[in-house]
Design a protein around this ligand. Structure first.
Ligand code: CP
Length: 309
């Protein structure tokens, strides 16, 4: 059986191209499963998974829960806002208490970059990073690349523009690593204030001109502005941001070609993307959500297969 070169999924940076392709071929099988009348396999009946979310989530948390249940694992959901974290309990104490209940795998979202790596070093269970601050969101990048592969047959040589708040986006960083490992070219498009200082280390193209990015790319991945991570103003107003970087049907209609539109969600309709584009014929936004379940099943299954049982 194919296996991964890593014991945990902390970031795309740690994966080999072969790991990513193994996840994709495993997800292909699980995509067949979730489209059958009985959407479940008995593979992980002996595994217990804790979903621990210290930050808000809709798609990722539900998708991980559904993925675990489709594999017949037992799942427990922990939300920090209604837990004893509010009474001062530390991350390690919280997780060790959950592990004392015989949990095999922890899926964690946390506001601090490095939180998932810290956890993996300090506990015996397998760890999957469901987003750590502005650092990485590996399963989002995997499902994004998988959706591009599904649309075009291959990710290699595709041109992908990532538009929006690159500075605060774990989705952007994980996507850059993943797409480049698969042979795609990446351009980022944002106001200069929303570009990280280390951009030159990432080997991506840059423009602050939306039309230039759209004319160049095959796929545009539109990101929301992460106001909750912005402690200072990075641009004059959301209205001005939308005027320069908001994607509308009128802008798409001016292009000499069709491009594919993606968004990791949550969407701020009318800010980074109009409803007409988000719901339009070139959008694969809901395919991304569907593929998220198959990708997360694949990641959980492959990591669980390394557990001695
Ligand atoms: N894409 C994503 O991470 O969405 P959620 O924040 O809703 O999980």
């Amino acid at each position: 059986m194919n296996s991964l070169s890593v014991p945990h999924l902390i970031g795309i940076r740690d994966l080999t191209t072969s790991d990513i392709n193994t996840i994709f071929t495993t997800a292909d099988s699980f995509k067949d499963v979730i489209n059958r009348p009985i959407k479940k396999v008995p593979s992980l009946r002996d595994i217990t998974i804790a979903n621990i979310f210290f930050e808000n989530s809709t798609r990722t948390r539900i998708s991980f829960e559904l993925a675990a249940k489709r594999l017949s694992a037992d799942v427990l959901n922990f939300t920090a806002s209604s837990s004893s974290v509010k009474k001062g309990e530390t991350l390690i104490d919280t997780v060790n208490n959950i592990l004392a209940m015989k949990v095999d795998m922890v899926v964690m979202r946390h506001a601090s970059p490095g939180a998932a790596a810290f956890l993996a070093k300090n506990i015996s269970a397998r760890v999957i990073n469901a987003g750590d601050g502005t650092h990485e969101h590996p399963t989002q990048a995997l499902l994004d690349a998988y959706s591009i592969r599904e649309k075009f047959g291959d990710v290699a040589d595709k041109k992908v523009a990532i538009v929006g708040d690159i500075l605060h986006s774990r989705v952007a960083l994980s996507n850059i690593y993943c797409l480049q490992k698969l042979g795609a070219e990446v351009m980022v498009c944002a106001p200069k204030t929303l570009i990280p200082k280390n951009l030159s280390d990432l080997n991506v193209h840059y423009t602050d001109n939306l039309k230039e990015a759209l004319s160049w790319c095959d796929v545009a991945n539109m990101l929301r502005i992460q106001l909750e991570r912005q402690e200072i103003p990075y641009f004059p107003s959301l209205r001005e941001y939308t005027m320069q970087f908001g994607l509308t049907q009128a802008i798409l209609d001016e292009l000499p070609k069709q491009i594919t539109i993606m968004h990791p969600g949550p969407i701020n309709r009318g800010v980074e993307i109009s409803s007409e584009v988000a719901d339009g014929q070139n959008s694969i936004i809901l395919n991304q959500v569907e593929n998220g379940v198959a990708i997360r099943m694949a990641v959980i299954y492959l990591l669980a297969s390394q557990i001695e049982r």
